[in-house]
Design a protein around this ligand. Structure first.
Ligand code: CA
Length: 237
């Protein structure tokens, strides 16, 4: 018998809570529901969930305050759900320690993908089994070879520059997860690099020209508008 992962849903809108709960239950998760922020916070400490799905717009508390309070003592994976389409809210939630976000309305596949990825990243250091075992990450025809510092497409070296390789390598290490522009810049160029996205955008344009069949419709590295980039997930994870 396998122990099912417990997911706490903190969401006041009943139809959405039921939608999320039904999908997760049908996919083997155990679900619990809280309708207010204070109820949610107390359920985190009393029920020890494996992951929290947190609505940002709750009747009694702002979801951001809940996230802030949670992050004071817990590294539990949190996927934020927001009706707000403003990019700055998503970036703020990610900066506050959310693992990922869903924007209402979202579909079944998106929900399950975000939950799976957030759960996996807390279990393995890299979040990526293939990378841990073999030092490579592959998705479709793309292979990132972390030992040789190369990216291959269909077996052919894409000849990335060192900066380009480091961007792809970082995204591959966190495949499936959105990384904000600021996070990528800080990781690669240090905390004093500032938050000018221009250099990142230029690098990404070059990367896409080298690795994507159609740079305008990328299949490996997706843009999350106003937020950051997300590497596609491979089958081998
Ligand atoms: Ca709400």
């Amino acid at each position: 018998m396998t122990i099912r992962d417990k997911i706490l849903i903190i969401e006041d809108e009943q139809s959405i809570a039921r939608f999320i709960s039904t999908i997760l239950a049908a996919n083997g998760y155990e679900t619990m529901l809280a309708r207010t922020g204070s109820e949610g916070l107390s359920m985190v400490s009393s029920n020890c969930p494996d992951l929290v799905i947190l609505d940002l717009g709750l009747p009694d508390m702002d979801g951001m305050d809940i996230l802030k309070s949670l992050r004071g003592w817990s590294s539990l994976p949190v996927v934020v759900v927001s009706a707000r389409s403003h990019e700055k809210d998503k970036v703020a939630a990610l900066d506050m320690g959310a693992d990922d976000y869903l924007t209402k309305p979202f579909g079944t596949d998106e929900l399950l993908a975000r939950v799976r990825t957030a759960m996996r990243h807390t279990r393995t250091a890299t979040g990526n089994d293939e990378l841990a075992r073999r030092g490579t990450y592959s998705v479709g025809d793309l292979v990132i070879d972390y030992n040789k510092h190369q990216v291959l497409v269909g077996g052919v070296n894409a000849k990335l520059t060192l900066s380009e390789f480091r961007i792809v390598a970082l995204l591959g290490k966190h495949a499936g997860k959105v990384l904000t522009y600021d996070y990528i810049i800080r990781e690669l160029w240090g905390p004093r690099a500032g938050s000018d996205n221009q250099i990142l955008r230029v690098n990404m344009a070059n990367i896409r020209r080298k690795i994507e069949k159609n740079p305008a419709e990328p299949q490996y590295i997706f843009t999350e508008v106003g937020v950051g980039y997300r590497m596609a997930e491979g089958d081998g994870n």
